[in-house]
Design a protein around this ligand. Structure first.
Ligand code: FES
Length: 160
């Protein structure tokens, strides 16, 4: 995202008349974070610095606002986001083995991105499909009743 092109006033329309300049500048932060992350897959430091200067908001506050939301990231993320469910049902049905297998195959630990950026490995408490345990999500897709064969397919697809 070109921070220079960020037009603070255009986001407010008529309501802009009753909103202070400072409120307007702070109010566009989330929108800017979304655009930056969409383009880079995370929030690069140089972009946040530029944003801080453009909006005249201290960098610490820019980081503070972004880190409040779980879905903004400060490190590059992989092309695929693989999330292993480690909730009770999945734990009982072998989630730790699933996690170990993925860590071993991609040379990562939970929360890390593979060196080739093919994937980022995450965990989650429950995805609401306990009857299908053990479960992983690959991007938007839920894969349940994992078997070694399904794991192999997931791994091969990511490595393609
Ligand atoms: S515990 Fe894994 S889907 Fe609920």
């Amino acid at each position: 995202m070109k921070i220079d092109e960020l037009n603070v006033d255009e986001h407010y329309g008529e309501i802009g008349e009753v909103v202070s300049d400072e409120q307007k500048r702070r109010g566009v932060l989330i929108h800017a974070f979304q655009k930056i992350q969409k383009e880079h897959n995370y929030l690069p430091e140089d972009q946040l610095k530029e944003l801080s200067e453009k909006l005249n908001i201290p960098l610490s506050e820019v980081y503070g606002a972004a880190s409040f939301y779980k879905h903004f990231y400060f490190k590059p993320r992989g092309k695929n986001i693989v999330c292993v469910c480690v909730g009770t049902a999945c734990h009982v049905r072998g989630a730790s083995k699933v996690l170990e297998k993925l860590e071993e195959e991609f040379g990562v630990k939970e929360g890390e991105t593979a060196p080739d950026k093919s994937m980022t490995l995450e965990t989650v408490g429950c995805v609401g499909c306990c009857g299908l345990a053990p479960v992983v999500t690959v991007n938007e897709e839920v894969v349940g009743e994992l078997t070694p064969h399904k794991m192999k397919e997931i791994i091969e697809k990511i490595k393609e």
